[in-house]
Design a protein around this ligand. Sequence first.
Ligand code: CAA
Length: 260
Amino acid sequence: MADENPVGLSLEQGIAILTLQREKQLNALNRELLLSLSQHLETLAALPELRVVVLQGAGRAFAAGADIGQMQNLSAVEATAFAKLGQQVFRQLELLPQPTLALIQGYALGGGLELAMACDIRMAAEGTRFGQPEVSLGVIPGFGGTQRLPRLVGRGNALRWLLSGELLEAQQALAIGLVTDVVAPAELLDRGRALAEKLAQLAPQALASVKRAVDLGSGAPLEQGLNLEAALFGLCFATVDQQEGMTAFLAKRKPVFSGK
Ligand code: CAA
């Protein structure tokens, strides 16, 4: 039976919370869930008041991977199309100008980890298990894992986990830089919200420019990346928020950013 709402969306004070909610299947990513996520991202991209996007999983897992039942009998052509769908939706998420924050608990495996890696910041609950176990199913990651994992944690660490398919504990994920924060499970949502609220107070165009500089610069030669940074730095000076930020600093008061 089709899930009615595989992804939930709530929006409050500029903070959107996307919740994967195929709880019984540990939020396994099927086609319908990916399409629902994509639709929500399209809605969010059109909201001028959006400041931060938080992604979480309901129940026992962030997400336990792409849906194995749905993949089992795919042809090679269909499997390629499924990989491309996941890759496109995750890239859509990654290219949002607003900061994105994954709150990870339980399991982030296969496509679930790939989804978390498409977010800007990863905060995890103690006890979470991470991994790219695809090789144990006779396949490889298809939603970006072979590309984003080495970019995040380096080739050696990436190959260690991609080739063995073994799972990492939260502290191991922290040690290799796969996540930046590990917190008590009961605190995950509050800590995530606090960070989201902080980000929501900052100058949106500056945050968007940081993302753009990192995204476009990370695959570029240093000279090109530095030129891009200088151009984006210059563009900040065409915003009201640059004046507000620097004026507030010099006046020893808190800035109030308008997003202009
Ligand atoms: N796809 C489909 N269903 C899944 C699933 C997945 N990736 N992961 C879990 N489920 C389902 C289980 O089949 C089970 O369903 P039923 O209750 O109908 O039997 C339900 O979720 C609960 O799972 P378990 O009973 O297995 O729970 P557990 O606590 O014993 O184990 C687990 C948890 C270790 C995460 C285990 O579920 C597991 O190993 N899941 C698969 C992990 C995996 O291999 N992920 C990679 C998928 S391939 C991929 O993602 C490719 C890609 O990059 C595109």
